[in-house]
Design a protein around this ligand. Structure first.
Ligand code: TYC
Length: 101
């Protein structure tokens, strides 16, 4: 059986796996009720209602707000879950993702 040599050698850089992180971004819209946005944020992201309120208000005022930073799969799953929670109630609430630079 062939084995992988995992030993460090002089000049080799120690490297821990550091997956690229992706932002989940909340987009403002004119129809989703503020309270509904707060509930979605609190239920999908580990956020108190006060934090969720801040994020909602930032998106409301500025158009977008970064909700959190996650590995790609987690970011995409949370964005889909949040967007689907809105769609089920007939709201245009939308979350997107973008890689961090
Ligand atoms: N702008 C919405 C309203 O006035 C509330 C809202 C805030 C919707 C943030 C989406 O990402 C959002 N009812």
């Amino acid at each position: 059986m062939s084995e992988i040599n995992t030993e460090m050698r002089p000049g080799m850089r120690a490297r821990t796996a550091r997956p690229k992180l992706h932002r989940v971004i909340l987009l403002n819209d004119d129809y989703t009720p503020r309270e509904f946005v707060v509930s979605v944020l609190a239920s999908i992201f580990r956020m108190t209602r006060a934090q969720a309120q801040d994020v909602m208000l930032t998106a409301h005022k500025r158009g977008v707000c970064v909700v959190g930073v996650f590995t790609r799969d987690v970011a995409e799953t949370k964005a889909v879950q949040g967007t689907e929670m809105g769609r089920r109630e007939g709201y245009p609430l939308t979350f997107t993702t973008a890689p961090e630079d």
